[in-house]
Design a protein around this ligand. Structure first.
Ligand SMILES: [Zn+2]
Length: 551
């Protein structure tokens, strides 16, 4: 194929790797993993989407694919995220799965963030096999692998030491004291512990805790009170789960990073092949919004889904190469994003999309399990947001106006269903993200002072509009009338082609209308604005006492 995208390139590598290591017809294991240490962001979604899209490509080629997603909820809490009580400092060092939910709704800290993200993935049509590391470790699934790491701890130390600068005079001592396993203290539950001895025959571990000075003992054959250190834990699971592909953020791919060290450990200690790897670049948020100062670059996936349709969010990740960083615009750029998507759909329908665009589109709208949620009826997002803006979020009025706009015969009630989820996304965007100073404020009475300052032709135009309003109360007729009026008041034939003078006259007329309606010289498209306001209100704002006949 001449025109390949990044998903095809990675899938080709994984396929070749699997043919080499497992053979034709094997089940391919593609792994993603996230530590649920706080709200899960757009950047974390790239980990899962990268694996999901590659898995889907391989399924299309006929392979059995297992997308397994590890919740690293047996990791320690490293820092208390913004918005969580500072009292949670006391849990730093404890496993995420064994800390209470800061808001008292879930059975643990980890479950809160796992649930939020899992629901978002479900909406996106991404349904991996989930493994909670806290359960796998506690259930003893990895006990043989842990024993192996303990037995070969000096070799592991030597591999890690190659990538570190250690003081020569302390290496021998540190090597003899090194254990690749970190105990969670049975008394204070933190990982601030030191193993003081390990007996291979009985698997007995003795440790002391630096936080609470507790000294404890347990045998790995009885229970697993801790986990392998990250740089050993990762390759251990590659071997245990027979992982063929796992991506990671750019910081994991540098020399001495966990992937490089992990490759050595999986081959040297676990005698298994290292998986195929891909690094992916950062994804963040941008745009001027009502709440950008407090949200910063840390938008969650669930927040994105309140304003972006699931298939469009998938498209953002599918269309860009994994090595390319990007931001998702929560401000005015969101309106352009919807326009781009609608333009792509028109190209697809017309059969004019490029092969790359067609691929990205296909990856966005469906999976091998079915269709991804998508709005059945396309209405421009900017139309929805401007009507919602002007009607102050009144759903009944909004649907009535949209139905006049689209003029496709659907009643407002039928439209409601056909416009979802886009309609709710537009409502959420106007309500929660559009800055106050971009909102349209409608005047509550006729502005006589401004009216007196308009030129005679503007005033005549306004009188004419009020007179003819009743007969032109539809989107199409209002649009025509608004462009005709400057010609009528100048005595020009209606088929006059606009020259610069006429364009200027039209602009002055529109500014006069915006001034009387919104108190400023710009606003939503005038026909939309007029229909949104309703006839009576428009008349009150354009003429004293709502009457046209004034001198
Ligand atoms: Zn302790």
């Amino acid at each position: 194929m001449s025109n390949v995208d990044w998903v095809i390139k990675i899938a080709n590598q994984v396929e070749a790797h699997v043919r080499r290591t497992k053979g034709e017809g094997a089940t391919i294991v593609c792994a993603s993993g996230i530590s649920p240490s706080g709200p899960i962001h757009l950047g974390n979604l790239r980990e899962v989407m990268t694996v999901h899209l590659v898995s889907e490509e391989l399924r299309h080629r006929g392979w059995q694919v297992d997308h397994l997603h590890s919740w690293d909820d047996f990791d320690r809490l490293r820092k208390v995220p913004a918005g969580v009580s500072p009292d949670f400092q006391q849990y730093i060092g404890a496993p995420l799965a064994e800390i209470p939910d800061p808001f008292g709704e879930y059975d643990s800290y980890a479950t809160r963030y796992i649930t939020d993200f899992t629901q978002a993935l479900e909406q996106l049509g991404v349904r991996p096999r989930y493994i909670r590391q806290s359960r796998a470790y506690r259930a003893g699934q990895y006990v043989e692998q842990i024993k192996r790491a303990m037995a070969r701890r000096l070799e592991i130390f030597d591999i890690l030491a190659e990538y570190q600068t250690l003081r020569a005079d302390t290496v021998a001592e540190r090597r003899s004291e090194y254990y690749p396993f970190r105990v969670y203290c049975q008394h204070c539950h933190r990982d601030t512990t030191r193993i003081t001895s390990y007996e291979e025959a009985t698997t007995r571990i003795d440790y002391t805790c630096d936080s609470c000075e507790y000294s404890g003992t347990f045998s790995l054959d009885e229970r697993v009170e801790g986990k392998l250190v990250w740089k050993v834990d990762w390759p251990m699971r590659w071997s245990y789960e027979r992982v063929d592909f796992e991506p990671a953020g750019e910081d994991h791919a540098a020399p001495g990073s966990s992937f490089v060290v992990g490759q050595r450990i999986v081959q040297g200690i676990y005698e298994a092949p290292a998986p195929q790897f891909a690094r992916y670049a950062f994804v963040g948020m941008e745009g001027r919004t009502k709440i950008s100062s407090s949200v910063g670059t840390t938008a969650t996936v669930s927040s994105a889904l309140t304003i972006i349709e699931p298939c469009i969010l998938r498209w953002l990740y599918a269309r860009r190469s994994n090595s390319q960083a990007f931001n998702i615009d929560y401000g005015q750029g969101l309106l352009r994003l919807y326009d781009e998507w609608d333009a792509l759909e028109r190209q697809i329908v017309a059969g004019k999309a490029s092969e790359t665009n067609q691929l990205a589109y296909n990856r966005s709208i469906k999976t091998t399990a079915g269709l991804v949620e998508r709005t059945p009826l396309t209405a421009p997002f900017s139309l929805l947001t401007s009507v919602i803006d002007v009607t102050q979020g009144n759903m009944e009025q909004t649907l009535r106006i949209i139905s006049q706009h689209l003029a496709n015969g659907y009643s407002p009630e039928m439209l409601r269903g056909l416009l979802e989820p886009r309609l709710t996304c537009a409502m959420n965007w106007v309500t929660n993200y559009q800055p106050e100073d971009e909102r349209t404020t409608i005047r509550d009475s006729f502005d006589a002072i401004a009216y007196e300052q308009f030129g005679e032709q503007e005033r005549a135009g306004i009188r004419l509009l009020v007179e003819r309003l009743d007969d032109a109360w539809s989107l199409e007729a209002l649009t025509r009338l608004l462009y005709d009026i400057p010609k009528l008041v100048r005595g020009l034939p209606l088929d006059t082609q606009p020259d610069n003078a006429l364009k200027q006259a039209q602009r002055s007329f529109f500014i006069a209308l915006y001034t009387l309606l919104c108190g400023r010289d710009t606003g939503p498209r005038l026909p939309t604005l007029l229909l949104s306001l309703g006839r009576e209100r428009v008349k009150c704002l354009l003429a004293p006492n709502g009457k046209a006949a004034i001198a």
